[in-house]
Write a protein that binds this ligand. Structure first.
Ligand code: OSB
Ligand code: MG
Length: 368
């Protein structure tokens, strides 16, 4: 393939309700989008999962935009022949920034699969046509408001609830949800908000029979997670720490995690995500697909990935309506707790261009 045109833009989508986590509150999602056109006129789309600020990971929208324009695009354009499989090796010399790199690989992969009339689910090795959905619930202003929000998701049909926690919002709210729904699959996500000395506190979560505790400590604290895993009975699941296949191998070898959350953007793209999935299948480690408040473009690809056989736990692959009144693609609608895996070519979704234009805050065509 040859790239004929590239267009970068940022969009702003308001959230249906504020999403509060230990790293801050999101009221709207600013998303960096890439449109890639091949010399045959085939279009591929992708979104960068970086948030506006470097609070979940070191990457952020304006930084990713700069890196993509300044370093990544020129390097790819200099290549003789391009395929999605060549992107990671070509960009290897630039350190870090998996989310920015994944943006390029995914747009190229979408265009490549559309050229080959093949779906992403088929390409990645999916063996399911629908996937079970979980939902991530932000820190609420009060316990009654938390119970009301969770009631709504359970009424919608979500089969697994994930509660965001932080010091001061943990044992009591999680206990209230567990008492209200004794049998619902439940897990928590701390987004690095605790410290090595918090083992006794976190062990109090054991009484609630949670599926897992996600990323309790700093992303670099692999030893701390391994020590914590000795103290708490609930499985530890790393999110932020798993930035590559190597990071996953290290965390498993050091027994810092017994479940893995795979977010394609965080690990550099869908190809690296499949490698981590395969590692986990070989090691008997359950995996699930995380989310980054994706629009329909990123969500479509995540749903395809979550249809691989090793994804045995429900992911944060919720319906479009969980976050957005209007999605930029045909929405993902949940039926009986499941989302259908897109079967169309490429990622199986395209943006509604008129709506996309209406929420675009910045747009730039790259000169080739
Ligand atoms: O830690 O999983 C996380 C959203 C933004 C950044 C980090 C996380 C999240 C979520 C929401 O929990 C997941 C979703 O998109 O549904
Ligand atoms: Mg997380």
């Amino acid at each position: 393939m040859k790239i004929a045109e590239l267009e970068l833009r940022t969009i702003n989508l308001p959230l249906v309700r504020p999403f509060r986590t230990s790293f801050g509150t999101q009221n709207a999602r600013e998303v960096l989008m890439l449109k890639l056109t091949t010399s045959d006129g085939i279009i591929g789309w992708s979104e960068c999962v970086a948030l506006s600020e470097p609070v979940y990971s070191p990457e952020y929208v304006a930084g990713a935009l700069d890196l993509i324009k300044r370093f990544l695009i020129p390097t790819l354009l200099a290549a003789e022949e391009l395929r999605a499989e060549f992107v990671a090796p070509l960009l290897e010399g630039f350190l870090g920034s998996p989310m920015a790199k994944a943006t390029l690989e995914t747009a190229l992969l979408d265009a490549q699969l559309r050229t080959e009339h093949r779906s992403l689910a088929d390409y990645l090795g999916a063996n399911k046509t629908k996937i079970l959905c979980g939902v991530s619930v932000g820190i609420a202003p009060s316990i009654p408001q938390l119970i009301e929000e969770v009631s709504g998701y359970i009424a919608d049909g979500y089969k697994r609830i994930k509660l965001k926690i932080e010091p001061g919002w943990d044992i009591i709210p999680v206990g209230e949800v567990r008492r209200t729904w004794p049998d619902i699959p439940l897990q928590v996500d701390a987004n690095q908000a605790y410290h090595r000395g918090d083992g006794d506190l976190l062990a109090q979560l054991d009484q609630f029979e949670l599926l897992l505790i996600e990323q309790p400590l700093n992303e670099h604290d692999i030893l701390g997670h391994a020590q914590l895993a000795q103290k708490v009975r609930t499985p530890i699941c790393l999110d932020e720490s798993i930035t590559s296949l190597h990071a996953a191998e290290d965390a498993l070898a050091l027994k810092a995690t017994t479940v893995i959350n795979i977010k394609p953007g965080r690990v550099g793209g869908y190809l690296e995500a499949v490698k981590i999935h395969n590692l986990c299948v070989n090691e008997g480690i359950p995996v699930w697909c995380g989310g980054m408040l994706e629009t329909g473009i990123g969500r479509a690809a995540n749903v395809a990935l979550a249809a691989l056989p090793g994804f045995t736990l429900p992911g944060d692959t919720s319906a479009s309506s969980r976050f957005y009144h209007q999605d930029i693609t045909d929405p993902f609608v949940m039926k009986d707790g499941y989302l259908d895996v897109p079967q169309g070519i490429g990622v199986g979704r395209v943006p509604d261009l008129e709506f996309l234009e209406s929420i675009t805050s910045y747009k730039e065509k790259i000169e080739i």
